[in-house]
Design a protein around this ligand. Sequence first.
Ligand code: ISL
Length: 553
Amino acid sequence: GIARRWWKEAVAYQIYPRSFMDSDGDGVGDLAGIVSKLDYLSDLGVTMVWLSPHYDSPNADNGYDIRDYRAVMSQFGTMDDFDALLDGLHARGIRLIVDLVVNHTSNEHAWFAEARQGKDAATRDYYIWRDPAPDGSPPNNWPSFFSGPAWTLDEASGQYYLHLFAAKQPDLNWDNPAVRGEVWDLMRFWLDKGVDGFRMDVIPFISKDPALPDLPAGIKPQKHYAEGPRLHDYLREMRREVLSHYDCATVGEGNGLDQDQMRRVVDERREELDMIFQFDVVEFDRDAAGNPRDWTLPEFKEIFARQADSMDAHGWTTVYLANHDTTRPVSRYGDDSAEWRVASTKVLNALLLTQKGTPFLYQGDEFGMTNFPFTAIGQFQDIAVRNAWAAAQATGTADEATFLTRLNRTSRDHTRTPMQWDASAEGGFTSGTPWLPVNPNSAEINATSAMADPNGAWAFTRALIELRKAQELLVYGDYRDLAPDHPQVFAFAREIGADGIAVVLNFGASPQTFALPDRPGPVRELLASDASLIGSDVMLGGWSVMICAWGDR
Ligand code: ISL
């Protein structure tokens, strides 16, 4: 059987601190703002929070470029605020995992400032330096995820340094044991404070093939960078040196890993990581160039079946529909029209909270926040967009209308706009000017009005969370797709022996009838929205949910 663990039973909620709640009117969310919303989280019922980076940073990539791993970003507050947040969460029975961004640092980190002093600098080998190619160009053809080459020339020494992301995010050299020792130390610093684990940013990229071989044509860069030769050694060393000494949970970003590679990372017998964020769900609806493409429900179902299948008796994973790098689920997989927004939010949250794997809900998705209607390139803050736009302009291929159309369906800024708390100015997020505009629909779509509706998405999401915590079948039950080919109904069972729960979701506006496959005995309703049970027939309204059970559990 599957070993019981608190992190398998957790319901996680991701907070992007910059956009959650601003307590001091500077337009940027902060830790005191989160503290003021702890009762909100506790009401919702989540049991774990993943906090995106809260560390000192010049914010080239909103904190994913860390200048000091042991300090709190001044815009977010102080270490006292962090301690208050941690205590407040723990007092409510909510665990806290923090972001670990150690593939790269900020170029303003003291290690890099020192490394730049010259080839003999004490921390020179903390980073990855190479001489230029004979013609002066970069050492290889690797592209950065944020446009341009993954190499920047350091004029003073005449060498290039590697950065898979922005030039302000130089990659650490994990082959240097001193670097690993530094990382183990900073992890212990936060674990000793009492945090309950880490979400690990682009962890599959930490080990580079020392030959730094060129990216072959037709291969996605993330595939080429992932699972370098010593990845598993380093993760095992991390477990041995640090993680095994604490009761903590780890979740690695799985970017670039295929199913087999992911299994290796989370197979508990290998003693590496506990969970992983698989990327299929946020990649399957994009074409090779990253543009949105049409997709079918059976393709979507296949992803969840595969994810569930990746969890044999020795491995675990996560389920998510959004994070701070994606668009809004209701605008992407649901229907964000006035007619169906609430109903399709319920369907998506029912999917998320009844799947196999630890669910991660992203802030605002509990009541169905939507994509932002961007009308100009200047509205985007994301470095990925700004760099891509600058690169397009430099090569004369910039076409604002085409860019906008694509970004309105793909930009990472859709989930980064401020939380919509109430109908007041700026959605109640700040008394000042928000760092990124609040969605113009905030007077209508906000937490306060959602919570006031007993039939709304917020109350339904809370009921789903309660159900997940009450039903061990929803955590540990086997997963079986009941109708993999159905074009509009997503129906699956979670089973242990003769006991089971069926989840039947209508992913469309037209009503449906779905016959549950034969069950041993009567079926009883657990939770539903606009759906009813007649014997073992499920009558489904548009975008509706039926969760029902059989057996003794
Ligand atoms: O969002 C993406 C493309 O625009 C992804 O490729 C993303 O860059 C990738 O998943 C890595 O994401 C993580 O590391 C980045 C940071 O910008 C993201 O916010 C973070 O989640 C660099 O630290």
